[in-house]
Ligand binder design. Sequence first.
Ligand code: FE2
Length: 228
Amino acid sequence: MDNQQHLISSRRQFFKGLSVAAAGVALPTLWNVPGAFADLLTLTPAQTEGPFYPTKLPLDTDNDLLIVNDGITPAVGDITHLTGRILDASGAPIRNALVEIWQVDHHGVYLHPGSDNGTNRDKNFQGFGKFLTSSTGEYYFRTVKPVPYPGRTPHIHFKVKRKGQPEFVTQCYIKGHPQNERDGVLRGMRDAKARESVLVDFAPIKESKIGELGAKFDIIFGVTPADV
Ligand SMILES: [Fe+2]
């Protein structure tokens, strides 16, 4: 096939894809059209890892950050059930993604030797956890609502590891928190939609008698060459 024929063939593929998509089916035929899904789902922006990813992982790395190992005293703070889904740009769930989170305790202290105020660290707070997504792409953590620490509005760090893919690192924030307006990392995202996509409601769970909160943060990946 010479270049001319190849071009015609590619164009046919492209238009075929468009007409099928217009009928509302077979969206994946558009995967090789850059930006085709931009209006469907906002891709989650990558953000800095920051300096406080644990230098040494805790002995307990499960998805319940309120209890360390067999401890009987839970961490102090506003109990939060943090869930969400790991999705590709078409909304399809990504299974077997390893989701890691790390965050400060209710005193604003990380599980990291460089954290400010380290002597006040809540020893009952795990500080880090991980969860492997199932076929639904969902993850779940029990943790505490993050609080501010010097220089930052409250946030939770995420790192997502997928086989054969580069690590993806981002953060989510408490929607409506007054310090959001002064946060350099959050304000550093120029795109308003991207900024909005990392703001999360920490909402009271009606059925909870002890004031637990629910928070939902989906992570949407863009299409990468390995996915196509
Ligand atoms: Fe942080």
